[in-house]
Design a binder for this molecule. Structure first.
Ligand code: G3I
Ligand code: 9MR
Ligand code: ZN
Length: 570
């Protein structure tokens, strides 16, 4: 070994020791901070400290010194938190925060476009979830692949039909291999909105898909994979079956090894299709009817026809809800009220077609949802009313009273969310009651809500609060964990995700958002946590902990929206 090499090795080792020496007591967004936005690290330590230093990762040189804020109690985590504000630092680069009494943080970037890579991974994760085709993440992620899966299907007795039924495309919902129309609705809706609101940001990004280069933006190529499956779930009469899954969850095997029959599952009695699934399909196919028009007019027209047929069916059957048939134990997505799905469908159909019938329905019903755009509890798979209300305004809805009321409620809610976010120890919009199954998507959806408010009326505070929620997801949290796989220096590593559990790769599949802390603790691993665990701490990076550490298409979608949108409005 020559001297040059050994020096290099020593330097490398030193680097490792330093990296391994990062303390979870200093919390940063491990991806980074936008040059022109506030930049705050948080500290939760027993050691009293009053000063911090931001150092350049390259040479350890001092970039900025500052004073830590007074400590505040954060009851949701049980932490006492101080803030290190280094907003003044605007030079692009990689940095870490150091506090003499505490240690050093993981590294992060400062720059004008720090979220590009995370967006690519979060959006490309849908390609990894593709059903009905072989998937290969390629040389960038060697070994991350699976063979074509679930190519055959059958009608479940609950569907009103029998015999085989071809199975086509779609995304695996989550850590399981089911495909669920209701959850597909919110997921594709949120992703299509990302396209509609932040098209210039995402239009040119290549996701390295089989379709890349076909002239259609890749975000739309990827979304279409799931829309194609949704279309197969629509009956001739316009109604939509609820889901396509096996009767029970398979074991932790790769998708092509899952040989349980993939059934189209219905409501078990006439009319067999369900209202929420039909309303969700109507809404997203209406969006597809405008989004794909410049790229594939025939597909856009087909989508719109599907939306119109679904709408007609929904008029006849507005209240057919879903419960799992006796033999079926996969995810239920059993929303008991489909009026919000109908509102969303009407609003999207109106936005696409201008049809008087849709506007009439919307105006007759929107006031019933006056309480929906609120500061506590953003949109979610059982509650899509917000999307209906917002799309009416975003699409230039003509009724001044309706648009005025929706705008006003949206801005009032956003103002309240901003105030609460500023007061929160971790600077997030979460309330103590928001730590439910999929709480990380609650944080992301507050972010989306804030960015929609910003589209109504630009206000830096809205964008900054949205960014604060993103910082939480990317590491500025009680665990100092990035909740997105393979993103940031200290990401979670054991998702409840069958491909990640069953393959031979050391790391999980990239770009997936964990469900996050869940006070409900509905699985055996979580139940072992002490009873008095504070809500934000009810989390385990454990594959068994499906109530806190699964991944899901409807949770990734608002993350994709946020990552695309936070850079827009400064
Ligand atoms: O309906 C009540 C509501 O009235 C109450 O205010 C609220 C307070 O927590 O709880 C509501 O019910 C919750 C429901 O989600 C709706 O939000 C349940 O407690 C909660 O257990 C339920 O969790 C769902 C979970 O499946 C179990 O059904 C999650 O939202 C949903 O994301 C998750 O989805 C699963 C699929 O079933 C299967 N595939 C994986 C996917 C992700 O884990
Ligand atoms: O893997 C399943 C996950 O996708 C669901 O969200 C979760 C709740 O429905 O259930 C998981 O499956 C578990 C089942 O419910 C109980 N036995 C253990 C299964 C996980 O291996
Ligand atoms: Zn599959």
């Amino acid at each position: 070994m020559n001297l040059k090499n050994s020096t290099a090795i020593l330097l490398l080792l030193a680097g490792r020791v330093l990296a391994a020496g990062a303390t979870a007591e200093i919390k940063v967004d491990q991806v980074g901070y936008l040059s022109g936005s506030p930049k705050v690290a948080l500290v939760a330590s027993k050691n009293a400290a009053s000063e911090f230093t931001v150092r350049r990762a390259s040479d350890g040189g001092v970039a900025l010194r500052g004073a830590l804020s007074a400590a505040v109690d954060d009851p949701d985590s049980g932490d006492r938190v101080q803030a290190a504000d280094f907003s003044k630092l605007i030079v692009s680069g990689k940095y870490y925060v150091e506090i003499a009494e505490v240690g050093r943080s993981w590294e992060f970037a400062i720059g004008p476009d720090v979220y590009g890579r995370a967006w690519y991974l979060a959006m490309r994760s849908y390609y990894g979830q593709r059903c009905g085709t072989a998937v290969d993440l390629g040389s960038e992620f060697p070994g991350f692949k699976h063979d074509a899966c679930h190519l055959e299907g059958a009608w479940h007795a609950s569907s009103g039909k029998s015999g085989p039924q071809a199975s086509k495309a779609g995304w695996h919902d989550a850590g399981d291999y089911g495909r669920y129309v209701v959850n597909s609705g919110l997921s594709t809706g949120t992703l299509l909105w990302t396209w509609e609101m932040f098209g210039p940001q995402v239009r040119g990004v290549k996701l390295n898909l089989p379709e890349t280069g076909n002239g259609t933006p890749d975000i739309l190529n990827e979304i279409r994979w799931n829309l194609e499956w949704m279309l197969t779930m629509q009956d001739e009469d316009g109604g939509v079956w609820h889901k396509q899954t096996s009767e029970r969850f398979p074991g932790f095997v790769m998708p092509e090894k899952d040989k349980l029959v993939s059934y189209v599952v219905g409501s078990g009695a006439e009319p067999f299709k369900t209202s929420c699934a039909t309303g969700d399909l109507a809404a997203v196919m209406a969006v597809a009817g405008r989004a794909y028009k410049p790229f594939d007019a025939a597909f856009a027209a087909k989508s719109l026809r599907a939306a119109e047929k679904a709408w007609t069916w929904l008029g006849k059957f507005p209240k057919v809800t879903f419960r799992n048939p006796q033999a079926v134990s996969t995810g239920e997505y059993g929303d008991g009220n489909c009026a919000d799905e109908a509102l969303w469908a009407a609003a999207e159909l109106y936005r696409t077609t201008g049809g008087a019938e849709y506007q009439k329905y919307f105006l007759a019903h929107y006031a019933e949802f006056a309480g929906s755009v609120r500061a506590t509890g953003p949109q979610s798979w059982p509650n899509v009313a917000n999307l209906g209300l917002w799309t009416y305004v975003l699409g230039g809805g003509k009724d001044a009273e309706a648009t005025g009321a929706i705008r006003k409620a949206s801005l009032a809610a956003a103002d309240q969310i901003v105030d609460r976010t500023k007061a929160n120890g971790y600077r997030i919009s979460m309330t103590s009651r928001d730590y439910i199954w999929g709480s990380n998507a609650v944080a992301a959806n507050y972010g989306m809500q804030l960015l929609v408010a910003n589209a109504f009326q630009r206000k830096p505070a809205y964008v900054e609060a949205a960014l604060d929620n993103l910082h939480y997801l990317l590491g500025r949290n009680t665990f100092s964990l990035s909740y997105v796989t393979q993103v940031g220096a200290n990401p979670f590593r054991h998702p409840h995700h069958r491909p990640s559990g069953a393959d031979n790769n050391a790391e999980p599949w990239p770009g997936l958002l964990s469900g996050g802390p869940n006070h409900g603790k509905q699985d055996a691993a979580m139940k072992r946590l002490p009873a008095d665990t504070p809500p934000a701490k009810c989390y385990l990076d454990d594959q068994e902990a499906y109530a806190a550490n699964e991944v899901a298409i409807n949770w990734n979608a608002p993350l994709v929206f946020l990552l695309a949108g936070v850079g827009t409005a400064r």
